[in-house]
Write a protein that binds this ligand. Structure first.
Ligand SMILES: [Zn+2]
Length: 336
């Protein structure tokens, strides 16, 4: 592992490298960004670099310190995470005892506190003295999705490093390159992940997500083939689960966008689902007009209705009937 295996965040990593090169490091950092964007990985890499014997701007990966770090066996590194739902005062007391003892093997000691926003008020209060007068060899890194949950005194004594939401393209290529995720799934999962690399990976490897994506396409196909019964049968299982129904609608929206793009240009490279191109082109052969915008409007209306507490089953049923109506009004009895 090294900075080069982390998806995105070149700006933050560049600043940390610069600080290492110039030996202008803070004693306290707050790494803030959306859940799952990779802040903790960067925090660990910074810790490894600080402890490394080679004195480079990142961990060399070969020295005794780096080897111990990578086997999670470094005596001068401590990682704290919530015990249950919060980081408790006893954990902060243990952290203090750890920091107050001089480094065992090198020149520094590093602590990473993950989910730092879960520190209880008394845990945060217990930290104050250490943050105000840290030992010269200590670096504390607080990793959090909500920096504003930390006491102002902690915020003012630490350098805040903001991690931006990862772009879907960055997540997409990371999924393909490091996890061998199939390209079509990678593109969709990365667009659903809201900037979170861990959510993208969870989606890309989730059977439910893959199945919902396929069901969305099957339902669209059934409605276009004038086989509404098949479509309605597939819809049934979504009628009982609003969250799943919402995902289905979002995935149907993506399919319709692809159909719309292919309608304009059958060779479009802008579609999400390159892996299903021929299936989509085949579906296009079943209509002679372009009902896609109307379909998208119906899906968006249904999503809003679900958001506003509509009955899921009824809303999904009505959606299917409306889509079918729009498609067949527009298709002028195209080839079946
Ligand atoms: Zn090293």
């Amino acid at each position: 592992m090294g900075y080069n295996q982390i998806a995105g965040h070149e700006d933050v990593i560049g600043l940390l490298r610069l600080a290492m090169n110039r030996q202008r490091l803070a004693h306290g950092y707050i790494f803030e960004g959306v859940p799952g964007c990779g802040k903790r990985l960067v925090a660990r890499e910074l810790a490894k670099a600080l402890l490394c014997e080679a004195g480079l701007d990142e961990g060399c990966g070969h020295c005794q310190s780096c080897l111990k770090f990578e086997t999670q066996n470094h005596p001068d590194y401590l990682e704290v995470e919530p015990d249950g739902k919060s980081v408790k005062v006893e954990q902060i007391e243990a952290l203090q005892s750890f920091v107050m003892v001089k480094p065992y093997s090198g020149a520094r000691k590093v602590v990473v506190v993950d989910e730092a926003q879960t520190m209880t008020p008394s845990a945060q209060n217990r930290l104050l003295k250490m943050i105000e007068e840290p030992p010269s060899y200590a670096t504390l890194i607080f990793v959090t999705a909500q920096a504003d949950a930390l006491l102002p005194t902690i915020l003012s004594r630490c350098q805040i490093v903001s991690f931006s939401r990862l772009k879907p393209e960055v997540i997409e290529s990371w999924l393909i390159q490091t996890h061998g995720v199939e390209a079509g799934i990678a593109r969709i999962a990365s667009n659903f992940a809201d900037g979170s690399i861990s959510r993208a990976l969870m989606l890309a490897t989730s059977e439910v997500f893959t199945q919902t994506r396929q069901d969305a396409l099957d339902i669209i196909g059934a409605l276009m083939r004038r086989d509404p019964l098949d479509g309605l049968l597939k819809l049934q299982k979504y009628g009982a689960d609003k969250v799943l129904a919402t995902s289905l609608i979002e995935l149907m929206i993506i399919w319709y966008r692809d159909l719309s793009a292919l309608w304009v240009d059958p060779n479009s490279i802008k579609i999400f689902s390159q892996d299903k191109r021929s299936e989509l082109v085949d579906l296009l052969g079943r209509t002679q007009k372009s009902p896609w915008l109307d379909c998208l409007e119906i899906l968006e209306q249904t999503a809003r209705a679900l958001d506003g507490n509509a009955n899921t089953s009824l809303a999904m049923h009505a959606m299917a009937l409306k889509i079918q109506e729009v498609i067949h009004d527009n298709s002028r009895r195209g080839p079946v």
